[in-house]
Write a protein that binds this ligand. Structure first.
Ligand code: ZN
Length: 391
């Protein structure tokens, strides 16, 4: 099969790369993905996908086959913004190819993955590898700000229950076994308002927050000093409310960014927060981020994104190693991402075996002159195509 896949993908190479360039040229900031979504949908139809769905949120999901084993490949089509276009050495939306690399915003994160993914679906169908399988190729919206929500959304809307999920985010063609989780909390400290000329009549909420700030700093340092896999805690923003700048503030809010490792679930964090706020009258909650998708659908991200990690001995991990090895005659390198992906939805929240693999260097994500080697896109396409036979 290896040779058939390599031949097929090699024949498609110019078409795959043209598609990657086309989608880099379409600006698709989070929440503004309509144009690219329609472009990808048309491409899936043109390639003969069995079904192409656009869910309420605006995710585009191509379907191939109708077998029992359900495999989902996920790539997101939104990107972070470009606010330093003048500093780029190329047009961030030019999709230029220089020295075998495609350049532009999203080239790495992750339109290269989208191109590899969409054409892998086509290859799977054309080579008849979909027997006994249902392949979903999701090109998801709003990942950059709402990690995990897209997969949760369409899985629920269409009652899709994938057995395996492959996150096609950039990994330099290494196998990503998971990543840390991330959470954001808001701590509210009450005070008593008073005129600035008579502070003794009020209680300054900012001064009261000092106890919490000191404890957060201390715990943050403890994490830093730990060895091995460790969480992290940082205070990232402070706000206060007062009737005027001449008044004693009656409310102070602090935002905490917490990076999560294995075992740090919501119950664990609740205990940690109890200790952090003990003896004060502060309250806290997990921050809910609210946004709108390009279809006008409201989206709420409960900012508790659990850590996930796949067992190396699991069927999906072993299948991925074998599929890679067959194509490349060596074992893949394994690592963990240090950023969050839609895997927090599939693995962290839904408990579906999930693994990551994608073209491009993850370090170039969100950077100036972001680029991805064409050879990575081709190799990722081969891998996605080959993997279905091992599952
Ligand atoms: Zn990404």
């Amino acid at each position: 099969m290896k040779d058939k896949i390599k031949d097929f993908v090699a024949k498609m190479e110019s078409e795959i790369i043209k598609f990657a360039q086309d989608i880099v040229r379409i600006k698709s900031y989070t929440g503004e993905e309509k144009e690219i979504a329609m472009f990808v949908k048309d491409k899936m139809i043109e390639l003969g996908y069995d079904d192409v769905i656009v869910d309420k949120l605006g995710n585009v999901i191509g379907v191939i086959g109708n077998g029992e084993t359900k495999i989902l490949y996920d790539s997101h089509i939104d990107t972070v913004e470009v606010n330093d276009a003048k500093e780029w050495s190329v047009d961030p939306f030019g999709g230029e190819i220089i020295d075998g690399k495609i350049y532009g915003r999203g080239a790495t994160d992750m339109k290269a993955g989208v191109a590899a993914n969409v054409y892998a679906g086509y290859a799977i169908k054309k080579l008849g590898l979909d027997k006994g399988k249902t392949i979903y190729v999701s090109t998801s919206v709003m990942e950059e700000d709402y990690e995990g929500k897209a997969i949760e959304h369409f899985s629920e809307e269409y009652n899709m229950k994938p057995d395996y999920v492959i996150i096609c985010e950039p990994s330099s063609l290494k196998l990503a076994l998971g990543h840390k989780g991330r959470a954001v909390f808001r701590v509210d400290m009450p005070g008593v308002a008073a005129h600035g000329s008579a502070p003794e009549k009020g209680v300054n909420a900012i001064y009261k927050m000092k106890t919490v700030i000191d404890r957060v700093e201390e715990l943050g340092k403890k994490f830093m000093a730990m060895e091995g896999e460790k969480g992290a805690l940082a205070l990232t923003k402070i706000e206060s409310e007062a009737v005027s700048i001449n008044a004693i503030p009656d409310k102070c809010s602090a935002y905490l960014d917490r990076r999560l490792v294995k075992g740090e679930d919501e119950a664990f964090i609740e205990k940690e927060m109890e200790i952090l706020l003990a003896g004060t009258d502060a309250t806290w909650e997990t921050y809910d981020k609210i946004g709108k998708s390009w279809t006008g659908e409201e989206l709420i991200l409960h900012s508790f994104l659990p850590c996930w990690e796949i067992d190396k001995e699991s069927k999906l991990a072993k299948a991925s190693v074998e599929a890679f090895q067959e194509l490349n005659e060596k074992k893949p390198t394994m690592f963990k991402w240090d950023f969050c992906t839609n895997g927090v939805g599939s693995a962290g929240k839904m408990g579906i075996p999930t693994i990551g693999f994608g073209p491009g260097d993850p370090k170039l994500a969100h950077t100036r002159d972001e680029n991805c080697p064409i050879s990575d896109i081709i190799k990722a396409c081969e891998f996605y195509t080959n993997l279905v036979s091992y599952l």
